[in-house]
Design a protein around this ligand. Structure first.
Ligand code: Y39
Ligand code: FE
Ligand code: FE
Ligand code: FE
Length: 229
């Protein structure tokens, strides 16, 4: 992998800034929705309320950090693009929350979205500008702790959650693939390759499913739903 410091990335070029206006917006909108999702989860899981409110506050700090990254490059985030980008997952989370389907909410936010964030931030860090790299390094550590919350809860409630997890995976994993396809070109402009994003996502997500209690065979079957998107 090439490091930003040794590469030819021109962070001030119009091409870079145009792509950044969408990727930065996706991250800002994602952090805002993550903030809201953890507040919703705190209402659904009163026994974990304090912990979930703490996670929600971390997400709003992340949002502020990434807003600063955009300002630092003189980029205006395209938030309308970002809201559209997240709307299918956002809608599925809202629908699940309205039905009290906490397992589906946890799969969407704490597994899928957190793994997506971890993959994106891991791939971004080596090719980020110095300001954004420092911010993102701090953020990605937090995202691992958010993923861990979901893993621990779902592991403790695995037997009762298994069927709903499989259904929620089937419904939501293809959406992640469509999201990756929509962002592939802009990510490439930022020196982030889709293949690397997919690989990192599948490693994080597969590990999470394994930690929760799924077998290798289950994980293979569940992962295959991504491929048909
Ligand atoms: O839990 C979180 O903080 C997640 C909301 C943030 C999602 C970030 C999504 C990043 C996708 C960027 C795609 C770049 C190729
Ligand atoms: Fe909303
Ligand atoms: Fe976050
Ligand atoms: Fe998070």
């Amino acid at each position: 992998m090439q490091l930003a410091a040794e590469s030819e990335i021109d962070f001030q070029s119009e091409i870079y800034k145009d792509a950044y206006s969408r990727i930065n917006a996706i991250v800002i909108e994602g952090e805002q929705e993550a903030y809201e999702n953890y507040i919703t989860l705190a209402e659904l899981l009163p026994e974990s309320k304090d912990e979930l409110i703490r996670l929600s506050k971390m997400e709003s700090r992340h949002k502020k950090g990434f807003e600063a990254c955009g300002r630092n490059l003189n980029v205006t985030p395209d938030l309308e693009f970002a809201r559209e980008f997240f709307s299918p997952l956002h809608q599925n989370f809202q629908d699940a929350a309205a039905e009290g389907k906490v397992v589906t909410c946890l799969l969407i936010q704490s597994l899928i979205i957190e793994c997506f964030a971890i993959a994106a931030y891991n791939i971004y860090i080596p090719v980020a500008d110095d300001f954004a790299r420092k911010i993102t390094e701090g953020v990605v550590k937090d995202e691992y702790s958010h993923l861990n919350f979901g893993e621990v809860w779902l592991k403790e409630n695995f037997a009762e959650s298994k069927a709903e997890l499989e259904q929620a995976n089937r419904q939501n994993l293809p959406i992640v693939w469509r999201m990756l396809n929509k962002v592939e070109k802009d990510a490439h402009t930022l020196a982030m390759e889709k293949e690397a994003l997919v690989e990192d996502f599948m490693i994080q997500y597969g590990e999470a499913l394994s930690n929760i209690g799924f077998t290798t065979r289950d994980i293979m079957r569940m992962s295959a739903y991504g491929l048909t998107a």
